[in-house]
Design a protein around this ligand. Structure first.
Ligand code: HEM
Length: 247
């Protein structure tokens, strides 16, 4: 069994299963966040019974909260194995300059060659992201305090054009990482039918684009709600006043 975790097949298998788990998380997370865009369309962004508020209430149910350590473990395994796989591959291919002479390296896409760098950028911004949202919601509940209003957090975070740009660049890095990760995940679990690999590459582009465009809409919508008068103005005004009073 110990051999499985260190064998080439085992390493790739663990990396792809943990990656699949994280993609499922991203689809769920993006869908619930996208509720805030639907709220804007309905004029209920910031309403106590808004759709996004209901989604966050669902995410704070004990049955869902119990998944947080599992999610953290999924991230941890994916990161540690990702770095481990890269180091082992680098050694096997003869070091960091391996792509300069080999033809195999040139055939790989930019994303494929930069998976570990993209992963580390994603991790860095993820920590920044957790301080914006998770620390003000779930962490507060863990320590027995009341969670912050999720609409207020969206407004507070995305009202800054600089933070909005950091998030948009983060989504681009995630898009590149998922583009390669999606089909590579199937290849790693033994799916090496060439026709299907081509199809999976296309499906991967569609899935990663939907995920990242969904997140981008949430962030841009947050910026618009914070700066323009919209159909949800009656709910947003008190939240903006609360944010101004914090400064
Ligand atoms: C516009 C984009 C995003 C918004 C508005 C957003 C919003 C949130 C919110 C409100 C929470 C707290 C949920 C709660 O405590 O109940 C949260 C937590 C979290 N977010 Fe995001 N998120 C975004 C993008 C992302 C992306 C792209 C990732 C992954 C790469 C991510 C990973 C996480 C993780 C791991 C947590 C902690 C676990 C959890 O609470 O579910 N988020 N986010």
């Amino acid at each position: 069994m110990a051999n499985f975790f260190t064998s080439s097949i085992g390493r790739k298998f663990i990396q792809s299963i943990s990656g699949a788990f994280l993609i499922v998380f991203l689809i769920l997370h993006m869908t619930i966040n996208f509720f805030s865009v639907i709220d804007s369309i309905k004029g209920t962004f910031g309403a106590p019974d808004g759709l996004f508020q209901k989604g966050c209430d669902f995410m704070s149910l004990p049955i869902v909260t119990i998944m947080v350590p599992v999610l953290a473990l999924g991230f941890l395994i994916h990161i540690i194995y990702g770095i481990y796989l890269t180091v082992v591959n680098l050694k096997a291919r003869g070091g960091i300059k391996r792509y300069e002479s080999g033809s195999k390296g040139k055939a790989d896409s930019w994303s494929a060659r930069n998976m570990v760098v993209l992963g580390l950028v994603i991790l860095g911004v993820l920590i920044f992201h957790l301080t914006h949202f998770w620390a003000k919601m779930q962490l507060q509940e863990f320590i027995g305090e009341e969670a912050w209003n999720p609409y207020l957090l969206i407004l507070k975070t995305f009202q800054s054009p600089v933070i909005l740009c950091v998030y948009l660049l983060w989504f681009v890095a995630i898009w590149l990482h998922l583009n390669h990760g999606f089909w590579s995940m199937f290849q790693s679990i033994g799916w090496n039918n060439q026709v299907w690999l081509k199809r999976l590459k296309v499906i991967g582009i569609v899935v990663s684009s939907l995920i990242c465009l969904g997140f981008a809409c949430v962030a841009i919508n947050g910026y618009i709600e914070a700066h323009c008068t919209t159909a949800s103005a009656q709910y947003i005004q008190p939240l903006l006043e609360q944010i101004a009073a914090m400064k």
